[in-house]
Write a protein that binds this ligand. Structure first.
Ligand code: 4AD
Ligand code: MG
Length: 431
């Protein structure tokens, strides 16, 4: 039978509804019993008054344990003091199952304890808020590109070659064809897509056998990667700015309640509007030196360097033109200084670090061949990719945005492990 959902109750004030869900909490006060029911869309306070329902039903309230499943009937009342703004005056309820003693109680638990019970932890209010923000971010990502004439071109997950260096590859045997690798990025395929459709994006899980135990690294994460034919680095940066603005402003508008549950200060999020501040790698190095960080030109920024740089800004900062030798083989060199790559990273404020990495791509066949050799990559695995430079090569650019780092930043979390339903990290494969 059709039943109602808590988030729709504002349409049913004064009416009788039937809801199904789980007991979140309960308490008694004299002849009144309160229960908090959650149904996945919200939490609702139900009130039982002795005399208004049968005595049997009233006493069976006492058997209800946390997370017991039940269906309830009652009349919806507006009540500003109740969590969610509505209250249900119960006329009856039916127990589906009395739950065993639930391991996650309202008291504080250690994060490892909770992570081991991730399948249950997802039921808690805070995780609920994070996952709803994540959902909205993903929808905003798709709406942004779908609304601008991009075609979705999904890239494969099992691939024959590396994209982002050979040190973080997960490999597996692939029938009689040798080794296959879990993709680190769909970019090379998105480039093929851009030559076929002009503006494309791919969006899927990507994998890095990262040996890092940082609060920013997962071994499986979701990345969206737009790729646009005829875009240069500047066009690419403008696309990234507009894209970030769209995501953040959408979340602020649609997930204000969730951000409140997460106690997120939103001042810096409100600032995410194009244009964003831009600095070159050289200027970013100057910032580090001014802040007393011992940093040598030519190195890549580590997590703490990114934190120091991004803390100088009250919104995301665009860093462009990195030393080519710390960047991927496919990046085009800066014609004004061939030591530099036409690379761009966007660093989130408040120490969240890199959320976007991208570049203009090398579009010259001969230069690209040289890069593949310099990076000691097997040319044969890249022949199909080289074809893109043989048949109508054009300038083109793109970037990748990591969903989990974006969720972590927007929600104000201190670790990416809470940003994805079931995180995969160097020391965690379960549940
Ligand atoms: O900077 P990355 O490695 O860039 C690429 O993969 C390019 N091929 C993208 C492109 O140009 N199409 O990764 C892009 C983003 C990072 O900025 C970060 O947000 C995220 O992916 N990312 C990770 N997120 C969580 N855990 C990890 N281990 C991550 N590695 C990268
Ligand atoms: Mg990067």
């Amino acid at each position: 039978m059709a039943h109602d959902y808590i988030e729709d109750l504002s349409k049913h004030v004064g009416q009788e509804v039937e809801l199904q869900g789980w007991l979140y909490n309960k308490r008694s006060s004299g002849k009144i019993r309160f229960l908090l029911l959650r149904d996945g869309t919200g939490v609702l306070q139900g009130v039982l008054v002795k005399g208004n329902i049968s005595d049997d039903m009233f006493s069976s309230f006492d058997e209800l344990t946390q997370e017991s499943s039940l269906s309830v009937k009652g009349k919806v009342r507006k009540d500003d003091r109740a969590p969610g703004g509505f209250e249900l005056e119960l006329t009856g309820f039916k127990v589906i199952q009395i739950a065993k003693e639930y391991p996650i109680t309202p008291k504080e638990h250690g994060v490892e304890f909770l992570a081991d019970r991730r399948h249950l932890w997802l039921r808690s209010a805070r995780q609920h808020a994070i996952m709803r923000v994540r959902h909205t971010i993903i929808k905003a990502i798709r709406d942004f590109f779908d609304g601008r004439g991009f075609t979705l071109i999904d890239s494969p997950i099992l691939t024959p070659n590396a994209v982002e260096g050979t040190t973080t590859l997960f490999e597996t045997e692939y029938f009689d064809l040798g080794k296959a690798y879990l993709t680190q990025s769909g970019q090379l395929y998105a480039e093929a897509g851009a030559m076929a459709f002009g503006k494309v994006y791919c969006f899927g899980p990507t994998f890095r056998a990262e040996k890092s135990k940082t609060r920013r690294h997962l071994s499986e994460f979701w990345m969206v990667e737009p790729e646009v034919a005829f875009n240069d680095l500047n066009d690419n940066i403008e696309l990234a700015e507009e894209f970030l603005e769209h995501i953040v402003q959408t979340v602020l508008k649609e997930r204000a309640d969730e951000l409140k549950i997460l106690e997120r200060h939103t001042a810096f999020l409100q600032n995410v509007k194009k244009p964003l501040p831009r600095v070159t790698y050289d200027e970013a190095v100057e910032i580090l030196k001014k802040k007393g960080v011992a940093f040598e030109w030519g190195n890549d920024f580590g997590g703490t360097d990114e934190t120091v740089i991004s803390e100088q800004f009250d919104r995301p900062v665009v860093v462009h033109r990195y030393p080519a030798k710390i960047k991927a083989f496919y990046m085009k060199r800066d014609p004004k200084n061939p030591e530099l790559a036409l690379a761009v990273d966007v660093l989130a404020p408040e120490g969240y670090g890199e959320i976007i990495g991208g570049s203009q791509r090398e579009d010259d066949l001969h230069v690209l061949l040289k890069r593949i050799a310099e990076h000691k990559l097997p040319q044969s695995a890249f022949e199909w990719y080289l074809d893109l430079r043989r048949y109508g090569t054009v300038p083109h650019s793109g970037f990748g945005l990591g969903v989990e780092r974006t969720v972590g930043w927007i929600c104000g979390l201190d670790h990416v492990r809470e940003t994805i339903p079931f995180p995969r990290m160097i020391y965690r494969l379960a549940p």
